[in-house]
Design a protein around this ligand. Structure first.
Ligand SMILES: C[S@@+](CC[C@H](N)C(=O)[O-])C[C@H]1O[C@@H](n2cnc3c(N)ncnc32)[C@H](O)[C@@H]1O
Length: 380
């Protein structure tokens, strides 16, 4: 069979990076054969034929991932009616698998520590990306139980709003409750907008006061925020309380070099290959990223309740940002254990270098590259 050749003119510096990190450059030859994926919004199944007619292509059901369909990579969906109407999401199947790996049940409190621009309840350090996330929650009418905080995921400390907080609320209720959160509206009162702008200025100039809290840029009607006072929302709990009242599920889809995403690497054709050094290859940036990934994993795990599960993922295929982070984390955390991902039996992926971890890549999986590890928190 004739070997498929890359259409991407990968520069020598990038090929060196791949070689150093033992990544097969072959994956970048698959960019024309890797499909695009969509997820159908639950409840939109009846519109499947209509959607196919609108985007002028047949959707191929992804048998191993419920609700997902593949389509040829050249089909654009962003301007299509079903996308604008919120019937379909553009999301890679590997990212869908990472979410499925969390095994979320109805009623679970889920924390997504690097959420933008995805649409799970969460935290992100980049305000503009989180604002895009808020737009998506509103477009897909998904935000009813969500809260979105602009915050650093390495230090974020807020617990889910649980029943025990309701009992604390009763104490507050005895006093006159001032400054309680009303139903969220995009039209903030002038005073509030002014306060938020001041907080942002302070953060930018690092004059953050000790009362500076993560900025809440959205909350749904059923998120538990409506009726709370600021003190109640921002109260902290002891580490022993976290074991029982922490999050049931945590996703740490960490910032990384994105080298496993062919579509991301393809963008350098427009950005200029010379910018690759600053964005992907720079050794100092890689070291900083590894530190950030570890800190995000440590803090995400700290906020997990005992018995809960945390999924760590990156779209890098380097060992340093994946297996090395996992190994270091396990060595330092006796309450952390890797968990096999039950749903993965039928997934088209490989094992990572550590048993129970998984690797998706364009050649093996026909998806974007993704590393996935799942941990549970043991009582110690
Ligand atoms: C790989 S992306 C997440 C993609 C997202 N899970 C999705 O599916 O759309 C990583 C995100 O981490 C955010 N980020 C970077 N540093 C962070 C930090 N210290 N705390 C929280 N988020 C951070 C970036 O702004 C970026 O949005």
């Amino acid at each position: 069979m004739e070997e498929e050749t890359s259409k991407l003119p990968l520069p020598d510096a990038f090929l060196d990076f791949l070689q150093t990190n033992e990544i097969d450059p072959l994956i970048y030859t698959a960019f024309e054969s890797t499909p695009r994926y969509i997820r159908l919004k639950p409840g939109s199944e009846a519109y499947l034929e209509e959607i196919e007619a609108e985007i002028k292509c047949r959707l191929q059901k992804v048998n191993w991932l419920p609700g997902f369909y593949s389509l040829p990579p050249h089909i654009q969906i962003a301007n299509s009616k079903p996308y604008k109407e919120g019937k379909i999401y553009g999301i890679d199947a590997a990212s869908g698998a990472a979410v499925l790996a969390m095994d979320i049940s109805v009623g679970d409190h889920v924390l997504d520590l690097c959420c933008a621009p995805g649409s799970v309840t969460g935290v992100d350090v980049a305000r503009h990306r989180l604002a895009a996330c808020r737009t998506m929650l509103q477009k897909y009418v998904l935000g009813d139980a969500c809260r979105l905080f602009v915050a650093d995921g390495t230090t974020f400390s807020l617990m889910p709003v649980r029943d025990h907080l309701d009992s604390i609320s009763c104490e507050f209720a005895l006093e006159e409750k001032k400054d309680t959160f009303r139903e969220w509206t995009s039209r903030r009162p002038w005073k509030e907008r002014k306060r938020a702008a001041r907080a942002r200025e302070n953060a930018a100039s690092r004059l953050v006061s000790e009362t500076d809290h993560p900025e809440l840029i959205f909350y749904g009607k059923s998120s538990g925020v409506v009726g709370l006072s600021k003190d109640e929302l921002y109260q902290t709990v002891s580490s022993s309380e976290v074991s029982s009242s922490g999050y049931d599920k945590v996703l740490v889809d960490a910032e990384c070099t994105h080298d496993g995403s062919i579509r991301h690497i393809q963008k350098f054709e427009h950005w200029g290959w010379e910018t690759l050094n600053g964005r992907v290859l720079n050794a100092e940036r890689s070291d900083n990223l590894t530190t950030l990934q570890l800190k995000l994993l440590i803090n995400g795990f700290r906020l997990l309740r005992v018995g809960g599960s945390l999924v760590y993922s990156t779209c890098s295929l380097t060992v340093s940002q994946n297996e090395n982070v996992v190994e270091w984390f396990l060595k330092e955390n006796s309450s952390a254990a890797l968990q096999a991902i039950e749903a993965a039996k039928d997934w088209p992926c490989k094992s990572g270098r550590i048993p129970k971890t998984l690797r998706f890549d364009p050649v093996t999986s026909k998806t974007s590259g993704l590393f996935v590890a799942k941990f549970t928190k043991l009582a110690v």
